[in-house]
Write a protein that binds this ligand. Structure first.
Ligand code: AMP
Ligand code: MG
Length: 935
């Protein structure tokens, strides 16, 4: 190509199948020789090749059946047995089916000293530069992605007979270098392993790669290469000095814009090492490879300095990347708090002073102003003080979401106490356990919530029964000053050992959350926010205080305690709610309700507690004009720690959990709590203003889960190890990847499988128990083995668990197995159980008993609408057919609509078949008459 009058480029394009690097070098030599010959006159001085490419190929084919090749195949079968080709690389994008091999190269250079030092290190172990680079590449992949079994491909030239040097064509083979990186070896040990791997592989390099692939018959997955997806190529070919008479010649760098594998490390081994990472641009972002490059340079530095250190000790993060993930992306400090000693009720009080006549809480038939709310809270606080329930004392509030609950919670705090929500729905055994563990001295309740409360081992104050006495008391300001560091609430979550554990949250953490949300969501007195989240789930704490701190109106829907999506949607429409906070499962159920279309004032949907799927995001955007937000945070870090605002024009398949909120910092760390690089999965740790004080009365567990925060200079600062796996994305947002333990979510409720299992194992008919979650977090399924001849009975087990654990922790199905499946290591094989659970205990059970009367026929119709695909018999168990508590709520709502009978959701736990439900409905009809028309 003529570039200018006196400047030309010679471009030669050859498919790799016809030429490898050797051939290209050879061609350049021949070109120079020919040029010289023609320059002096029209003559060619090149000898004819002694071996042609087809002779080479024939030779190759002839050797295939020889015993040598068979023996080599046996080696490869053995060597690659059970290897996995893919890196555990968390690529930036998943591999698309039929994706091409578009690629790029990112070049780098190792300095002369570093190159020499690497060569020297290799020599000390009798290893070539290739082997040393292999070990370094392996160390990089191991440290970056946690891989311990790595298969890396490399080309070998097959010009191993005299005469083959000048064959033009592709004379090469590929071998797979598989190395075990287990046991956290030092680099020197790894180098020895890499050396042995290489020697073994090269000693068995005669069998063509295709044959190895055919012999091993690895699973092919469409677009991906078999056996290996990363390569190392080290060139040490002496490049001829370009010299042509009468010309100035220099090499031109051309990018092929293709990638041979997912990721290839190419090294040109001159005096200094010139390297490049060639990568598939379908899989990787440029920025990810830039960082990989930086890490490789950082790592090789450390390797030559400390070859004896275990790999896990070597630094991986360059100073720049470390600074980015620990400091820049955590730059959330809003400056010194205005009043570090502020308590959460102060914020509500200040609002009450500003707008005493504004409506604070609204229900179907009641409106409470800010002034009245404060007065009522004052009265109750005074009553608490009279009872000696004051500063630092844990006080239970056993109420459903209601105006009374708001007053009670405010009163407890005003009196200086610690608010402990108790769910009246929960079994007595569990409530007793919590009252004892928290050291609760008094309980605020109402007969309508808890009924008879005499079994509670604490002083019970019934707000209804004592109404006169309480409001008759002089409304003097009862106020015990506690500071921002004092505990505000104590919230119990599932504990893996079988006992719930209490998280102690200080005022300042809650104040931070409330202030951040107010600012981020621009809350004003014009907002109307629902109080509907169960009070034992920490987002409810924000519902209780956050809107009131902003002067907004709190709306308590009727029957909030039932969590019935139909009623909730109607209430949102009627009260013109502007903000809804809910777990994804509930948001999804609400979107199915017709009434949601009437919620035209809704401007914000705050989703959290569970992963938010792209499907739900799209559905939400399609139905609502409200903005959708994804919020993430464990109870231990006060409601939410990170935040992501979904955008309508953003169709990304995975929704991030976003960035840390104000005054909160997040770290993604390895198992030694060191930050891992961008893109690399690690444990998410949360530090800063939201961190709880710890687990009540559990110093050991607190110490284990709340280690010191190494990035906070202040003494005593601690962070929380969430147990969540996450990674940083290149744009500084976090992506949630899953749990690293057996904590699960069932329709938004946090559950330790160990707690369910421990309770089940206490049943006399059960020897061991295991639980798994299926259907994308919808169903909890339990497996048990029998303790004796007697087979455990599903309904007996249900009652047993329901008597001890909250409803969300009661499995919807039980399956008795002779033994629980174990992994080869002897651990419980939850994956096998999950597969068993999917096949569904009971789900495949043949439909047996047909409905026998109109009532049963109607019920079958209702069930089949809710359990699509099921053919329902009247003796089938609702939960075994795939029913769960959300569906149970819908079922009871439909029964109510059809028969006018108020069927409590709990009835379905007792009466799980149509037969039994029909019986119950008939009994109720005897006292009313609502069923007469269908009888
Ligand atoms: P909880 O203490 O009930 O708030 O549960 C906290 C746990 O719920 C976290 O540790 C996560 O495992 C999960 N979680 C909460 N929010 C999200 C979210 N937005 N995306 C994914 N998981 C979440
Ligand atoms: Mg949470």
């Amino acid at each position: 190509m003529k570039l200018t009058e006196r400047e030309h480029a010679l471009v030669l394009m050859v498919h790799h199948i016809a030429a490898e690097a050797w051939t290209v070098t050879h061609l350049v030599r021949e070109l120079m020789a020919l040029y010289a010959g023609f320059y002096d006159g029209p003559s060619s001085t090149l000898p004819l090749p002694t071996v042609t490419y087809d002779a080479y190929v024939r030779h190759q084919l002839e050797t295939i059946d020889r015993p040598l090749v068979q023996a080599q195949l046996a080696f490869w079968r053995d060597q690659l047995d059970g290897a996995s080709p893919g890196l555990p690389l968390e690529t930036d994008r998943p591999r698309a089916a039929g994706a091409g091999h578009r690629g790029k190269r990112r070049r780098f250079e190792l300095s002369r000293e570093r190159s020499d030092a690497l060569r020297e290190l290799g020599r000390s172990e009798g290893a070539t530069l290739f082997m040393t680079l292999l070990a370094a590449f392996q160390a990089l992949l191991h440290r970056s992605y946690g891989a311990t079994d790595l298969s890396i491909g490399t080309p070998v030239f097959t010009r191993d007979r005299p005469g083959l040097e000048d064959v033009v064509g592709c004379c090469m083979n590929t071998v797979v270098l598989r190395t075990d990186l287990g046991g956290d070896p030092s680099f020197r040990t790894l180098l020895r392993r890499a050396r042995q791997t290489s020697l073994d592989a090269f000693a068995h390099q005669d069998v063509p790669f295709d044959e190895v692939v055919a012999a091993l018959g690895p699973e092919r997955d469409g677009a991906a290469a078999p056996l290996f997806r990363t390569m190392l190529i080290v060139h040490s070919l002496q490049q001829p000095t370009l010299r042509m008479a009468g010309l100035e010649v220099e090499p031109l760098d051309v990018d092929a814009e293709a990638a041979v594998t997912d990721l290839t490390l190419l090294v040109e081994a001159g005096e200094t090492l010139h390297g490049a990472f060639e990568y598939d641009t379908e899989l990787f972002d440029d920025a990810s490879i830039d960082r990989l490059c930086d890490r490789f340079v950082t790592l090789t530095d450390a390797i030559v300095e400390r070859p004896e250190s275990p790999l896990s000790d070597l630094p991986l993060l360059g100073a720049e990347e470390r600074h980015r993930v620990t400091v820049i992306w955590n730059d959330t400090d809003t400056g010194a708090p205005e009043r570090p000693s502020a308590c959460i009720h102060d914020l509500v009080d200040e609002q009450a002073e500003r707008t005493p006549d504004a409506v604070a809480v609204e229900t179907e038939d009641e409106r409470v102003t800010y002034g009245d709310l404060r007065m009522a809270a004052d009265h109750v606080a005074a009553r608490l003080a009279d009872a000696g329930l004051a500063a630092g004392v844990a006080v239970g509030v056993a109420l459903h979401p209601s105006p009374s609950a708001v007053i009670a919670a405010l009163a407890v705090l005003r009196a200086g106490g610690v608010y402990v929500p108790l769910d009246p729905h929960q079994p007595r055994a569990r409530l007793r356990e919590i009252v004892a563990d928290a050291g609760i001295a008094g309980v605020l309740t109402q007969a309508s919530a808890l009924g008879d409360a005499s079994w509670i081992d604490a002083r019970v104050i019934d707000l209804d029964a004592e109404r006169q006495a309480i409001s008759g008391r002089a409304p003097e300001r009862a106020e015990a000053r506690v500071g921002g560091d004092a505990p505000a609430y104590l919230l119990y979550t599932s504990g893996s050992t079988g006992i719930p554990k209490g998280v102690v949250v200080p005022h300042r953490a809650l104040v931070n959350q409330v202030r951040w949300r107010q600012e981020a969501f621009d809350l004003t007195p014009a907002d109307r926010v629902l109080l509907h989240t169960p009070l034992t789930f920490d987002p409810s704490v924000w519902e209780l205080f956050g809107p009131l701190a902003a002067g907004a109106r709190l709306i308590v829907p009727p029957h909030a305690n039932e969590r019935d999506p139909a009623r909730l949607a109607e209430a949102m429409a009627r009260h013109r709610a502007t903000l809804l906070q809910a777990v994804p499962t509930l948001v999804s159920a609400l979107l199915d309700e017709d009434a949601i279309d009437a919620c035209t004032d809704l401007r914000l949907v705050l989703c959290g507690g569970e992963p938010l799927s792209a499907k739900l995001r799209d559905c939400c955007h399609a139905h609502l004009s409200a903005d959708l937000h994804n919020l993430y945070g464990p109870t231990e870090t006060t409601i939410d720690a990170t935040h992501w605002a979904c955008r309508r024009d953003d169709g990304r398949p995975v929704i991030p959990i976003g960035r840390p909120i104000a005054n909160v910092r997040t770290y993604v760390v390895d198992d030694r709590l060191r930050p891992v690089p961008v893109g690399v999965p690690g444990e998410l740790c949360i530090a800063g203003a939201g961190v709880a004080l710890g687990y009540h009365g559990r110093a050991d567990e607190t110490a284990a889960r709340f280690p010191p925060d190494p990035y906070d200079g202040r003494p005593g600062a601690r962070m929380f190890r969430s147990g969540d796996r996450a990674r940083w994305r290149a744009d500084g947002t976090l992506e949630w990847l899953g749990r690293s333990d057996d904590q699960v979510k069932v329709r938004g409720q946090r559950i330790e499988l160990g707690e369910v299992e421990a309770v089940l194992a206490r049943h006399p008919d059960v020897r061991v128990a295991a639980a798994v979650v299926t259907d994308g977090g919808e169903r909890l399924v339990a497996f048990v083995t029998a303790a004796s001849e007697r087979q455990p009975d599903a309904s007996a087990l249900t009652r047993f668990v329901a008597g001890r654990l909250p409803r969300s922790m009661v499995p919807s199905a039980f399956l008795t197995l002779p033994e629980l499946p174990r992994t080869p290591g002897g651990k419980l094989d939850r994956r096998a159980l999950a597969t068993l659970a999917l096949d569904g205990p009971g789900r495949s059970a043949p439909h047996t008993v047909a409905p026998r009367d109109d009532l049963e026929r109607l019920l079958v119709g209702l069930w089949e609408e809710l359990l699509p695909g099921s053919h329902v018999g009247v003796t089938d168990d609702f939960f075994e057919l795939g029913g769960h508590s959300l569906l149970a709520m819908r079922l009871t709502a439909r029964v109510r609509a059809k028969f006018g009978t108020d069927l409590p959701v709990a009835a379905l736990i007792e009466d799980r078949t149509i037969e039994a439900l029909g019986r119950r409905l008939r009994q109720e009809a005897r006292s009313t008459t609502s069923l007469s028309q269908i009888r």
